[in-house]
Design a protein around this ligand. Sequence first.
Ligand code: UDP
Ligand code: MG
Length: 325
Amino acid sequence: MIYNDFSLSIVVPMYNEGDNVTVFYDKITDVLQSNGYNYEIICVNDGSKDDTMERLRILATRDRRVKVINLSRNFGKEIAMSAGLKYSKSDIVIPIDADLQDPPEVIPTLIEKWKEGYDVVYATRLKREGETWLKKITAHSFYRVIGKMTRFEIPADTGDFRLMNRQVVEAINQLPEQHRFMKGLFSWVGFKQTSISYYREPRFAGKSSFNYWKLWNFAIEGITSFSFAPLQIATYLGLLIALLSLIYAFYLVIVTVTLGNSVPGYPSLMVAILFFGGVQLITLGIIGEYIGRIYNESKKRPLYLVKEELNIDNESQITRLKISR
Ligand code: UDP
Ligand code: MG
């Protein structure tokens, strides 16, 4: 067996993954063991309504390296993942989806890159199998838009599947926000990052819990978490409209002076009223998006509540070794 002097935590958020748990475990364990890694698999059950927890319980009794955190309800993938990162103790941490869309075979490649001296190695999707063209187009445009809005780069076509060293994980664990757009936070912390490419597989079983409404909200979360450009839109829109109104007023003066006033203008009046009504509501809505988030942050509730832990000791099972490459 190959000797590895580092420890590895795999973090897996799981929501209704009952049909995937065992296959996922078998596949990933195969990869981890055949490479001789010193690992733990932290499974976060995010309030699943199916038999995910029961299956995890069975795995946890069979294998001490499977650690289970059972959240008190569904908190969403971002928070489930944050919980897993908080529990991880290893030198390197890799979050991965339970549905086998992120192939475990890529893990050794991530680790090879890390050994070259990178702090973060993210995996960029080359092809998305089993996803509609609409999802591909919306995902693509989202990355472009958010890329324009932020000062740091959020890599396109990159999910949460990546390798992070302890320093990066500690940095992320320190971020207190409730609204956790993880892809953004992963980039925001900085450090030396690089990427590798992989083919994203279709889901093994079950279906994606992200519908278009959820994805839209996810996009808003991403944008509001990292940019206040939308708030500034109101200013520029206001300036533009004011300028146009001045030009129009000037035009009206000329027309009245030269042709007299015949009191037309009902349609233009209606259009102006409706237009301004719309613009004002939209900008109010944008302000609302931010105020709602300020409100949520100000409550300072805990990020998640844990109902039960399996195979979790105060001292981690796996010995923490000094990072040496
Ligand atoms: N997930 C979660 N909580 C949720 C929704 C999803 O922990 O509320 C997990 C899910 O079990 C999976 C990962 O997040 O391991 C990705 O979810 P999904 O496959 O539904 O998303 P997609 O691959 O379509 O982006
Ligand atoms: Mg998936």
